[in-house]
Design a protein around this ligand. Sequence first.
Ligand code: NAD
Ligand code: DAU
Length: 339
Amino acid sequence: MKLLVCGGAGFIGSNFVRLRMRDHGDAVTVLDKLTYAGREENLADVAEHDGFRFVRGGIEDAEAVADAIEGADAIVNFAAETHVDRSIAEPDAFIRTHAMGTFVLLEAARERGLRYVQVSTDEVYGSIEEGSFSEGSPLAPSSPYSASKAGADLLVGSYHHTFGLEALICRGSNNYGPYQYPEKLIPLMVLNALHGDPLPVYGDGMQVRNWIFVEDFARGIGHVLEHGAPGEAYNVGGPDEAANIHVVRRILELTGAAESLIEHVTDRPGHDRRYSLGSEKVRALGWEPQVRFGDGLERTVAWYRDTAWWWEPIRSGDYRAYYERQYGRALGGRLETLD
Ligand code: NAD
Ligand code: DAU
């Protein structure tokens, strides 16, 4: 298959590109704006392969899309602003990318009759105290991030309903694994623990997330691309749930860092308490998660410990200013490669 992968230089997108080129022999064009979260380094190992092309541009830019889409059989759209805290501080880019960007891609797919997969999130359903969300649960997003993602999902549905576009939606739970930008809980805590910096836990730390190893989600998206029914949404949730404080404590054990590094900080405004996805529909198509949280977390900690070339430029650049604004304190100074 020839795929246009939008947002393919980010965390999940780059893992998806690697999997599709390696295991399925797909040719891939990545269209990516390279925001702070998108990095060509994430694709360093596939960039030299035949069949790979990179186009720098925004999904809201119809000319860039027209260039990148040439020869594609299908579009998979990962491109998004993805950090909830940033959407609370500065929502503008979230609305532009999720609303306008998705619209431009849908128009391009419609003109060419291409199959289209929108990568979405469990956050569109909001928070759930007990039980799990199914695809039929009402959308009740809480943050500018999740509200603009829900808007994009509705637009995707409308292009199937009105124009007959072969459009599908994949809603994932919290991903973790290699190449995740260290503003998100797990990589932030791993790197801070490795550097002896404080671990900022929001509120009581009892918020629950449904963790999925990134390669499992990438496989799930590929599965929906190949076997899903047009017009349908598929939940792709991980096999395990855990409260944040338990995740953080396990990271301390795996890194050998001290419990005293944990610091309870002011909670996120509008913080969703629990996410949980029921994924029976995609399981019925033949997909299952393969990595349990315990194993995946060990692999993830090992990857960050062994891959300093990837995170050193991040921790020494603009990210330091972001971190200071977000947590009201400077990152620790020890930036040399870890022993
Ligand atoms: P990420 O922040 O690591 O990567 C996003 C990528 O999109 C970056 O490469 C960035 O440069 C690119 N991008 C942003 N705006 C763009 C634009 N206007 N045009 C082109 N490219 C643009 O994100 P991620 O965690 O890999 O998430 C990918 C997708 O998966 C998102 O749609 C997100 O909502 C969804 N998702 C993420 C998770 C998670 O836990 N990370 C879970 C479920 C769903
Ligand atoms: O559920 C899927 C979503 O998961 C994706 O759609 C989002 O793109 C992705 O960012 C993620 O959203 P969360 O808000 O759940 O992820 P985050 O890593 O920001 O936070 C996970 C939990 O940890 C959440 O309850 C907030 C908490 N947290 C986070 C940070 C960054 C802390 O306690 N301290 C922190 O410093």
